[in-house]
Write a protein that binds this ligand. Structure first.
Ligand SMILES: O=P(O)(O)OC[C@@H](O)[C@@H](O)c1c[nH]c2ccccc12
Length: 229
């Protein structure tokens, strides 16, 4: 267990809440809020962990990760298309405790080497898969968080995403040996989020719909109610 998986395992609301400046179409998601205000809102909502998108597609940067790390003690996931050992070390130095490894962009050998290196650095590999073949390539799954990406990065995540397609991959995700199967991206409503947990995911990663919510506390109340149904 690491700080990241510990926090997920004990969370009252197992939602990795994401700091993302804009969506893939360039639409501003901050609505004028500062990063500090967004992070405070996530802390108040009981986020066990925070994801920070550093990728340029989404208006991110390494500075954003450093800024969030200075604002909170919550375990941080760096979300970006990381491809080298140096980037993993840099992520750790900037304050991340988990790193995204995207099966679609990494040949199986690289995925395995980066998984090993992340674990050697004390980082939790957060491995994202989009189909059964990618799930089969996960290395040391028992020590990874394995997430199904409900959106298609081949289209730069511009399309709506298909949460049901992702949910159908849960058996493949569990076959990796992970104790933390996660559904990531395109989760729109509290009812949908509750349904994915009921389906068997242990946590969810959410950005856009939490950032778009007129009131995060109200969103969380609706989520709690949907889980209790
Ligand atoms: O905003 P959404 O639809 O809840 O999705 C969050 C997250 O999964 C998304 O930001 C993401 C998916 N894959 C990525 C790769 C890099 C950076 C970010 C991402």
């Amino acid at each position: 267990m690491t700080a990241f998986t510990d926090a997920l395992a004990t969370a009252r609301r197992p939602l990795v809440m994401e700091v993302k400046r804009q969506d893939a179409d360039g639409r501003d998601l901050t609505r004028g809020r500062s990063v500090a205000e967004i992070v405070r809102g996530y802390e108040e909502a009981g986020a066990p962990c925070v994801s920070v998108v550093t990728g340029r597609w989404f208006g991110g940067s390494e500075d954003l990760l450093a800024e969030v790390a200075a604002l909170t003690r919550l375990p941080l996931l760096r979300k970006d298309f990381l491809t080298s050992r140096r980037q993993l070390e840099r992520s750790r130095d900037l304050g991340a405790c988990a790193v995204l490894l995207t099966a679609k962009v990494l040949p199986a050998g690289s995925l395995a080497r980066l998984t090993d290196h992340a674990l050697d650095c004390g980082l939790t590999p957060f491995v994202e898969v989009a189909d059964a073949a990618e799930a089969a390539a996960v290395h040391r799954g028992a020590q990874c968080v394995v997430a199904v990406n409900n959106k298609d990065i081949a289209t730069r995540e511009r399309l709506a995403g298909d949460v049901d397609r992702g949910a159908a991959l849960l058996p493949d995700v569990l076959r990796t040996g992970t104790r933390f199967p996660v559904s990531a991206s395109a989760i729109d409503t509290p009812a949908r989020a509750a349904g994915l947990l009921r389906h068997g995911f242990s946590a969810l990663l959410m950005g856009t719909s939490l950032l778009d919510a007129p009131s995060l506390p109200a969103w969380c109340t609706a989520f709690d109610a949907a889980r209790a149904e």
